[in-house]
Design a binder for this molecule. Structure first.
Ligand code: CTP
Ligand code: MG
Length: 235
């Protein structure tokens, strides 16, 4: 069974602040996207990586991939992305050749995920799971609030879900290809990950252990952490 990875990398990175699209920003001298591509290609099970580039940046991403050493056993495709993350993932799925039965979706914004996590996700799909997400227990207690109608007003707390039952989910998320494509063709509305689309189909999603280093680079402080992790790895 062959495995492909779709890497949505088309976001602006608004929360990171002004600058190049997030995936193209450097971490210790190498673009975040290249770290993410290497993290996926590090798995011997991955034979194709589809990078979903910023809409006007496909040519730049192609030359970046050419300029960096990547494993020979892996094929690469680059397609332009869309308005929302979901649109970008869909455009990546549309570009998949037929002979891949397992598809992983991995945020370019999680450049440091260890290969063991990637392999654990693939293994769980190979063993029969329809959808697999890496996840970690939460450190913070989480409150549901009634969002303020006037920005800045105090927000009343509605509920406190039991923390021990909550998980923070990461990527790569792994899928049976046909089910993921069905989800992207039928589920509408705003979602923040691919697994939730599978849930909306009524299919089962399972969790495997995530990893601290699979954190998402979202705000400026995350860049500091990512560069420190790379320095510790001497990359
Ligand atoms: N993404 C994408 N296409 C979009 C929006 C997001 O491919 N239209 C990708 C991002 O490039 C990122 C991943 O989805 O790798 C997760 O999204 P997020 O961390 O929210 O990145 P951005 O949307 O770029 O950041 P922000 O929300 O702060 O603008
Ligand atoms: Mg976003």
């Amino acid at each position: 069974v062959r495995t492909a990875v779709v890497i949505p990398a088309a976001g602006r990175g608004v929360r990171l602040g002004p600058g190049a699209p997030k995936a193209l920003r450097a971490l210790n001298g190498t673009p975040m996207l290249i770290h993410a591509v290497r993290a996926m290609a590090a798995s011997r099970a991955v034979s194709l990586v589809v990078v979903v580039a910023p809409p006007d940046g496909a040519a730049e991403v192609k030359s970046l991939l050419d300029a960096h050493a990547l494993p020979e056993r892996t094929d690469f495709l680059v397609v332009p992305g869309g308005e929302e993350r979901q649109d970008s993932v869909k455009l990546g799925l549309d570009a998949l050749p037929p002979d891949y039965d397992i598809v992983l979706v991995h945020d370019a914004a999680r450049p440091l995920v260890p290969v063991d996590t990637v392999d654990a996700v693939i293994e769980a799909v190979r063993e029969g799971a329809t959808a697999v997400v890496p996840a970690l227990p939460l450190a913070d207690t989480v409150k549901e609030v009634e969002p303020a109608t006037v920005p800045g007003d105090p927000e009343p707390v509605v509920a406190t879900p039991e923390r021990a039952r909550l998980r923070a989910v990461q990527t790569p998320q792994g899928f049976d290809r046909a089910t993921l494509i069905r989800a992207h063709e039928t589920v509408t509305g705003n979602v923040t990950d691919d697994a939730s689309m599978i849930e909306q189909l009524g299919e089962t999603v399972v969790v495997v252990p995530g990893h601290e280093e699979a954190f998402k680079v979202t705000r400026p402080l995350d860049l500091v952490l990512a560069e420190a992790v790379l320095a510790r790895r001497r990359l």
